[in-house]
Design a protein around this ligand. Structure first.
Ligand code: ATP
Length: 433
């Protein structure tokens, strides 16, 4: 069994994820994605966009801005109640969320001294000023979720796309929360990305749609390689439900620090559209052609975190094994998620003809698939490097390649090596993918 530090150090070593502003000592709970990390993250987002937008006719994509009119947050309830209860240990000055099994009066989990009796609460939204002069600038917020950008564009979608219920909106974007307890690497951070769908349905269809979405979202993770035994659905109890929700389920992953939320699917009733109608004064009801009636659709919201998914895919694909008495670390990421599809090496980097041939194969592949050329170490080391990056195929050009016009292609998972014609390399990878 490995812990989160194993994953975090692999991420740093191979260029997946770095601490933000590290040379200045780092900024608390903010992370940067490096060359491999950005590819993995983009692949996760692409897989989500494909299944949520391109593979369906009933969901439209959109991209709303991060800064919104401050009254949005009045309507949504965030200004009033987007806060977590917390306590501060008077001895070690650490903060703890009191809804995370940390009860007041208990000893501090960090230093063991008694915690205070009363918890406090603070709004989690980041504030900033909009306008060049401080005195006249408007106080605005960095959105704590992407959802509101879809609710406030409901009328624009109705008038531009003329959709019929049920239909949805999908969006991927940054969100910001001034979290009290952070940590566990990229699990809970202050700046993160969400992938959210707002699915509008007739009120009488909400329950069935909610159930379908819980299943659909669970299966999305499985389809991308997460082991079923590491996933579970946890329905919220009545006490746990947010005031606007009639039902909610979390899809949880068995992280090294325990079962934790990966995504939440909420049945939000007609709360959001009603609230925005009330506060904006605009009629956000849907006109039903058949019954000639106007009503507020109900909303089902599958809301997942990009960064948490990235972490789950990394953890789930991490493997350590013994190969010829040596430790092999491999990320057996799903083929659609692997940051690099092929790596091309010359067996001898001091032979210009071999180097030239290897580079030309890499250039041929890279137009279609993400490919790297590497000649900076011995072949064994190059394989190990690519295994840790989750690279699917390693192509090696050797002395014989100059004569027989063949190369060796090694499969990441089986480590099987195939000798194939150079002219077939791209097709070979294409067929495998
Ligand atoms: P938690 O209780 O773990 O803080 P939440 O229930 O507040 O999460 P939601 O508001 O339902 O989270 O947000 C939807 C999704 O956005 C979460 O399932 C998670 O994947 C992601 N998310 C929320 N907060 C964070 C954060 N601080 N860092 C990274 N991802 C987050």
């Amino acid at each position: 069994m490995f812990d989160l530090n194993t994953i975090a150090s692999l991420c740093k070593r191979r260029g997946f994820i770095f601490q933000s502003s590290e040379i200045y000592g780092g900024l608390g709970s903010v992370w940067d994605y490096g060359p491999l990390g950005v590819e993995l993250k983009n692949n996760v987002k692409r897989a989500w966009w494909n299944s949520s937008v391109y593979e369906r006719d009933d969901i439209f994509g959109m991209d709303a801005s991060i800064l919104m009119h401050p009254r949005v947050w009045e309507a949504s309830g965030h200004l009033e109640s987007f806060a977590d209860p917390f306590i501060k240990c008077p001895a070690c000055e650490k903060f703890f969320r009191t809804d995370e099994n940390i009860a007041a009066k208990k000893p501090c989990p960090n230093c063991g001294k008694p915690l205070p009796e009363k918890s406090m609460s603070a709004n989690l939204m980041f504030e900033t000023l909009c306008g060049p002069v401080k005195e006249t600038a408007q106080k605005v917020f960095f959105r704590p979720e992407t959802a509101q950008g879809m609710f406030v564009n409901f009328l624009n979608i109705l008038s531009s796309k003329h959709p019929k219920l049920p239909f949805g909106l999908a969006q991927i974007g940054k969100a910001f929360r001034n979290e009290i307890t952070t940590g566990n690497f990229i699990f809970r951070t202050r700046e993160f990305e969400q992938m959210e769908i707002e699915y509008f349905v007739r009120p009488e269809e909400a329950q069935a749609s909610y159930k379908r979405w819980v299943e659909e979202r669970f299966n999305w993770y499985v389809k991308l390689g997460i082991k079923t035994e590491n996933l579970r659905t946890r329905p919220h109890s009545k006490e746990e439900l947010a005031h606007y929700a009639s039902a909610c389920s979390d899809i949880e992953y068995n992280f090294p620090f325990g079962w934790s939320e990966l995504e939440g699917i909420a049945s939000r009733t007609d709360f959001d559209l009603k609230q925005h109608s009330k506060v904006s004064g605009k009629d956000l009801r849907y006109f039903d052609d058949a019954s000639k009636q106007k009503f507020y659709p109900y909303i089902i919201e599958p809301s997942g975190g990009v960064d948490r998914s990235v972490l789950a895919f990394l953890v789930d694909s991490y493997r350590e094994e013994k190969v010829r008495k040596e430790k092999r670390v491999v990320l057996s990421l799903h083929k659609d998620l692997a940051p690099v599809k092929a790596a091309v090496f010359p067996l001898l980097r001091n032979r210009p003809e071999i180097v030239k041939l290897a580079k030309s194969i890499h250039e041929d592949i890279r137009g279609k698939y993400n490919s790297v050329y590497d000649d900076t170490a011995s072949i064994g080391r190059l394989y190990r490097r690519q295994d840790e990056a989750g690279t699917l195929y390693c192509v090696t050009v050797d002395v014989d390649s100059l004569e027989d016009k063949k190369v060796t292609v090694r499969d990441r998972d089986t480590m099987r090596q195939d000798r194939i014609d150079i002219s077939r390399v791209k097709k070979y990878i294409e067929d495998k993918l």
